[in-house]
Design a protein around this ligand. Structure first.
Ligand code: CA
Length: 406
């Protein structure tokens, strides 16, 4: 699910283990665990106002707990389905915990003292509690629905593009919807941020689809399959085929098709960010989005995703984080990422029969997205100038700085 991973621009994690952290206060435990399990998210949370940081921290930990139940492939499926569907009830049980459940040692430790999180949950304003409980219920039910489908068919559960969007809604769109609700409840944002659930959902989908595309190999190795069969079956007889044929033109053709699908979310991402009033909320939301477009630009037409881990460079992610403070700066980064994708697609046009139609559509959609991410700063540089500095996102960072200073 929604998991932010970006490089080295992070706070040092506490050296003590999660079980040692459990000896401290419940609130210190929550922040300590957050730093341990997701240093990058811990950094982003620091952008938030005091009012929101604890509710968002608890929200994140609860959903990570749920996610680690989903991802624990050794946990018996019958028990897993029950736990996923009842996890929201555990939040109101001040003593609940579970041993030997979770997909990593850290998560198993967190789950073994889960009541520390529930006890902090109980101190939150009732309005915050209601949002977190509701999203946990809906996400757990959705995860169970997909896990049950795998159990019944013995195959991947994401068949149609509709399934793909639905799965992404459960595990990430709901995170966006829940966060928007927390923002509105806090008063830092108006009720309309919470009310436009399509925009919030698509914020989550853009991140999730980017991760799903990038993590092809990692997910396959853990027997998780999230690439939709309706798309991959146009290119290969089975999902594993791409990993076995990383240099085949059909492998990158399928990858590029999935990137095209994700790009259609960009207008909603921009519209959502435009709606925000609070600088701290804006930055909190914008940082993962600029990481996502930079990642898409990096993975587009890149056969290395079938061979190993493709990540954006640490220096670049640090620059992107520092430079996500204004709408113009964010637009400039998107503009540059889209330019990179467009130029990679244009350079293949007419040469790759396996993906001709998809390339043409990608160029068309990229042109539309380039228009909506235009700012005075980007338009004063030609696209050629942007691409001149390779890894055009680097060029965008300096343009973004200009935009931010305007
Ligand atoms: Ca998961």
């Amino acid at each position: 699910m929604f998991q932010l991973k970006f490089g080295s621009y992070v706070v040092k994690p506490p050296k003590v283990s999660i079980l040692e952290l459990a000896n401290g206060s419940d609130e210190d435990f929550c922040y300590g665990v957050l730093h341990k399990v997701s240093r990058s998210f811990a950094v982003v949370i620091q952008q938030l106002d005091q009012e929101l940081s604890l509710p968002v921290c608890v929200f994140y930990l609860v959903l990570r707990g749920l996610d680690s139940v989903e991802d624990d492939m050794d946990f018996p499926i019958e028990k897993k389905l029950v736990l996923l569907r009842s996890f929201h009830e555990k939040l109101d049980d001040m003593d609940w915990c579970i041993q030997d459940c979770g997909d990593s040692a850290d998560y198993r430790a967190m789950m073994s003292v889960f009541y520390k999180i529930s006890r902090v949950f109980a101190t939150l304003k009732p309005e915050y509690q209601e949002v977190i409980r509701d999203i946990t219920l809906r996400m757990g039910a959705g995860m169970a629905e997909f896990a049950e489908a795998v159990q019944k068919t013995g195959k991947g559960s994401v068949v149609s593009k509709k399934d793909y969007d639905l799965y992404c809604h459960y595990v990430a769109g709901l995170v966006g919807i829940g966060l928007s609700n927390l923002f509105s409840v806090s008063g830092l944002e108006s009720p309309k941020v919470a009310n436009n659930t399509t925009l919030s959902n698509n914020m989550g989908l853009f991140l999730q689809k980017t991760n799903i595309i990038r993590d092809y190999l990692e997910d396959l190795d853990s027997s998780r399959t999230w690439w939709p069969e309706e798309i991959w079956s146009e290119y290969a007889p089975e999902l594993e085929w791409f990993g076995k044929n990383p240099d085949h033109e059909k492998s990158v053709a399928c990858l590029n098709h999935l990137v095209l699908d994700a790009l259609s979310l960009v207008p909603d991402v921009m519209q959502y960010l435009e709606t925000l009033k609070s600088d701290s909320v804006f930055k909190f939301c914008a940082i993962p989005q600029v990481m996502a477009i930079a990642t898409l630009a990096e993975v587009y037409d890149n056969k290395n995703i079938f061979k190993g881990v493709v990540k954006i460079r640490k220096g670049l992610s640090a620059k992107l984080m520092l430079n996500s403070g204004s709408l113009d700066a964010v637009k400039a980064t998107f503009h540059a990422g889209l330019s990179t994708i467009r130029s990679k697609a244009a350079s293949k046009l007419g040469k790759c029969p396996a993906e001709e139609a998809i390339l043409a559509k990608t160029i068309e959609i990229a042109d539309r997205m380039l228009a909506i991410t235009e700012t005075p700063a980007t338009s004063s540089f030609s696209t050629g100038a942007l691409l001149f500095a390779t890894g055009s996102v680097v060029a965008a960072v300096s343009i973004g700085v200009l935009a931010a200073r305007r």
